[in-house]
Write a new protein. Structure first.
Length: 167
């Protein structure tokens, strides 16, 4: 996962522009204003990763439960996808949105053990640790303005993938 970075992304030729602001496209620059104010590094924004690295990342989460992974131990992988927001109005794990949460984009064809994560500019990744299947959707939600809503697109995409994987 060498190309994955916080801050500016040096290899600009492989990064799509996000939003155009004052006639200038943001390319390889963190899009979130709060992260930008924090020297462009924040836990919630500013990671630039090619699809190949996202696939490697989800492969770590879907590794065989008994397999040692270089980064994520078995206990972390299991606990991260458990419900940790029982008293709140959502269904969240550690950094993951779980089915039944109002912000979930997994669609309705993935197993209940599925977890997902979305990014403001359009990234959507989901995985099921039991079936070990995963899906990634990379879009550019904010290119034509911040009001573009893609929740339905994300759910339909993940349902289409599920139809193929779980037939």
């Amino acid at each position: 996962m060498v190309p994955t970075r916080h801050r500016e992304f040096v290899a600009l030729r492989i990064i799509a522009a996000t939003e155009v602001i004052n006639g200038q496209p943001k390319v390889g620059i963190v899009h979130d204003e709060n992260a930008e104010a924090m020297d462009k590094v924040a836990g919630h924004a500013g990671v630039f990763a090619p699809a190949k690295d996202l696939a490697k990342y989800l492969s770590l989460w879907t590794a065989d439960p008994d397999e040692k992974t270089p980064v994520l131990g078995r206990a972390v992988r299991q606990r991260a996808v458990l419900l940790h927001t029982e008293m709140a109005h959502g269904r969240r794990g550690w950094g993951w949105v779980l089915p039944g949460d109002p912000q979930s984009v997994t669609g309705d064809l993935w197993p209940q053990s599925t977890a997902g994560h979305t990014g403001f500019t359009g990234t959507s990744c989901i995985f099921d640790p039991i079936s070990r299947h995963w899906a990634i959707l990379l879009t550019n939600r904010v290119h034509f303005g911040r009001q573009t809503e893609i929740g339905d697109l994300r759910r339909r995409f993940h349902n289409a993938v599920a139809q193929t994987l779980f037939e």
